[in-house]
Design a protein around this ligand. Sequence first.
Ligand code: FES
Ligand code: MG
Length: 576
Amino acid sequence: MTKKDPMDLRSARWFAPDDLRSFGHRSRMMQLGYSDEDYIGKPLIGVLNTWSELNTCHSHFKERVQDVKRGVAQAGGFAVEMPSLSVDESFTKPTSMLYRNMLAMETEEMIRSHPLDGVVLMGGCDKTTPGLVMGAISAGVPMIYLPAGPMLRGNYAGKILGSGSDAWKYWDERRAGNISDAEWLGVQGGIARSAGTCMTMGTASTMTAIADAMGLTLPGASSIPAVDSNHQRMSAACGRRIVEMVWEDLTPDQIVTDAACRNAAIVAMATGCSTNAVVHLIAMARRAGVNLTLDDLDELGRTTPLIANVRPSGKDYLMEDFYYAGGLRALMKQLEDRMDCSALTVTGKSMGENLEGAVVYNDDVIRPLSNPVYHEGSLAVLKGNLCPSGAVIKPAACDPKYHVHEGPALVFDSYPEMKAAIDDETLDVSPDHVLVLRNAGPQGGPGFPEWGMLPIPKALIKQGHRDMLRISDARMSGTSYGACVLHVSPESYVGGPLALLKTGDIVRLDLPNRSLDMLVDKAELEARRAALTPPEPRFERGYGYMFSKHVTQADQGCDFDFLQSDFGKPAGEPDI
Ligand code: FES
Ligand code: MG
């Protein structure tokens, strides 16, 4: 590939001309203490860092950014750190999902408005991966994704703890009165004990795996634990590589193609795939003009074996084990015949070339296709009179006895209403009941909260029940499990048929046939629709107002309509 002329660098438009504006830009670089030798004629690399003291998963990014800058300098570039919205999963309320699109907008506009030739995107905690990638795809300058990496395994009293999954599990035991306060405190201190993202195959690990499989990270980077020194070396390598990418003009549109999105979906299914990945993957693909649909994902869910034996879909292991077993490159090596290995990646090489020499070191963690954890079933898409635009379920994470189930609905209109009833030990509920929560979707939640793993009623917990069929228009955490139907679209808040369901109606799930219906006749449903009153608006000003006006439904990826690639003319380069 012929190297670009330094005068053709995007940043040269800011710095090269002999005019008053460029004088201003150069004098401000001098204000920062830089001489011409530092940056003129060099690729200017923005390091978009989602570090924050309230993002516990990215706490190492404060130091890690120095490794990136070291790499950029080594390769003859000039790096600037740009703090970016840190959408963290734990503290952001009402839900981090409300702010994914805000990060995407910020990323796109920050890149567009500044003299950047390329960017390194530092993210990892759930929404940061799609947010950063969506924005950078739309901005269109060369970019490389630097995943935060998973935290170390949890540990308490000699037991290994997994993020999320074990919190729910021990919480149920506590509600049942089976563990003491001291034990509960021990779990609290042991479940998140290092920097890094949740170390189950939750949303964070699924999303960074997706970025890896799309060809947006250095090969296998997503599996490296956050605190492993390999992570520092990978970060420096990202810095070196982005400089080369600028010279090669390797822009995201060459990488995020149909083939890359399909590869990402296959890998997501093989890893056990957080249900959240569905929404983000569709949104990311659409930014690149790739029309990936729920039906495509259902087809891949049916045909892709789950081979990562990592919790919560797998039984035994966590991300640290996955890395030692060979990591994502080794997993993708198993899928080589199913993936399009000609897809171009950030290395400038094809996916197939990146996978050369990848080896599985523990075939109980990364299973061969001949011995999968499940033959199919990371994800299934349901349709029916309850969810005409679709709903999702994770068959592998629920008790098979619920795969075909008919039972009476127990409907809640809000989370507080549900919570109060669930804890009432006199609640009239049987294991056959179908718990339903509505008004929890993208607009109704608001922001599409992770409420979908509705708690099992206390009365049933005490009888020893740990699963039951649950339906909502909410999402659930990637570390959750159980017979939970999620993302019912259209959501009830905007008048989806879930709004018409009443307590006592019979609901039928038929997973093998991918259907979800309420057994209520048409005339009755029409009468209920006529009596429906529209809900109060959730927001009357601010970001939430914009969100509610423009967010799309779950099956469309929940991007803002005006940010999708087919909405209007691209913004183009700014006047300088
Ligand atoms: Fe950040 Fe789970 S809370 S990845
Ligand atoms: Mg999560």
